[in-house]
Design a protein around this ligand. Sequence first.
Ligand code: MLC
Ligand code: AMP
Length: 488
Amino acid sequence: MNLGDLFAFAFQEKRDCVGLEYETADHDFVAVTFGDLDTRAGRMLHALLRRGVRRGDRVCVQLPNGIDYLDLFLACSRLGAIFVPINVLYREREVGHIVQDAQPALAVAPAAGLPIFPAGTPLVALESLAAEAADLDPVESPVRLPGSEPAAIVYTSGTTGRAKGAVLTHDNFVANSVNLTACWRITSDDRYLAVLPLFHVHGLANGLVTWLAAACRMRLLQRFRQERAAHDFVDFGPTLFFGVPTIYVRLLELPAATARSIGARMRLFVSGSAPLSPRVLEAFRALYGHTILERYGMTETLMLMSNPYVGERRPGSVGFPLPGVTVRLADPDGSVVAEGEVGEVQVRGPTVFAGYWNDEEATASSFVDGWFRTGDLARCSADGYYTLCGRTSELIICGGFNVYPREIEEFLLEQTGVIEAAVVGVPDEVKGQVPVAYVVGGPDVDPDALQRACAATFAPFKVPRVIHKVSSLPRNAMGKVLRQDLAR
Ligand code: MLC
Ligand code: AMP
């Protein structure tokens, strides 16, 4: 089954229904039907074909949430071109690596964003491409794609510090959305308020694809904005909302009466991408009258576990494996741990990706006997609820965005005078964790200058909040930096 099959309900049966309200630059909303979206996607498909994009080609897209984003995603999925979303907060170095690795046939960004792409990239400004598409007739998909066809490559940093492209197939997206619509009872009667960025799987696979699978109405915001959140909820009256924990922390600041009236219309709040503290879950329940449903997933695997829709949504737990997902908890030596013990989460299932783009070595080492190694540690209770309890790697999750210390450390070590560098995550009430750096270096090493260099190079969430200059880093007998000592 491909994404076209999954979306047939929306584009055929629900053709005349309003499917989307998207936010314009001046914060107005424009409503369009599923039929309008179908036509727009057909036009964009025509424009891509005219620009020579073919099945299997990569199309890099660095755009904020908006209707053009949907046009491009749908056109690529019909053509069999592989959609490569890029975080809008990424700068030259981060974008350069993705473009170099994905070797796109086309890269699309707003005209103002084009200069950060490396020289030689086949670029088109969104403004030109959209104008071109608007003048063309819509065309149908030229091929019938099998479910095993790659639909997207989503880049995720690894412990190596070099982002790796996770290849997600049509089947992966379809299985994920079939699971979520069934388990979370999403139907065309829902109203989904979309605030998450569409360049990560939370917003893309769970949000965009599941919305179209269910053919419900979506209000798509450019991004979550604390100061407008009350208005966005009250004005649209959603029944369904997906957020990262930082968003729920921010929603706790809304006045109690507003929260109650939002809660009265809502059906389901879902949280994921980072740990939701039981304290936030309880405070949210008291304010909004809803128990947030926490689930767990990864770019490479899409959604793996979820608390139940009916039944206990256990604070601090991520619930049970979703249908079709098999989980085992393993020791570092690969043997399955005893009941109740902590082990690495290893999974199989229909949502597990096809491997890393261009990187057979990384793909091979991420699987063991056909099981994908998530790098997350968990334990399972006697009644089957899983609780995550850390990671085997040093990943920092800041506001739901991942920061791999190695990427920042490598950059710090490139700066004049820096001899050693370590980046650790320290707890933060709102963001969950924030990165903090420790550097060892000569008298010319200035932490403020290093921080400015990081800010000029990386997305804001990767910039160390503080850079401490120290005389040495704490190390164990093996010479390994004791990160836990620094993170205190
Ligand atoms: C933040 N910024 C954005 C942005 N989010 N800019 C454009 N689009 C976005 N989506 C910018 C802010 O404008 C600001 O820039 C800077 O980043 C820092 O933002 P902030 O003000 O400190 O953050 P805040 O307003 O609190 O926003 C926090 C947030 C955001 C929670 C809304 O972090 C967010 O959208 N997180 C979601 C991440 C996500 O989708 N993760 C899923 C990964 S998939 P300036 O210039 O004003 O300083 C995954 C798998 C799974 O993990 O299981 O789901
Ligand atoms: P990403 O690489 O961006 O896909 O992030 C995936 C990682 O996010 C997982 O490996 C987990 O460490 C983390 N994650 C996702 N959902 C949860 C959750 N509900 N609780 C804790 N961590 C989570």
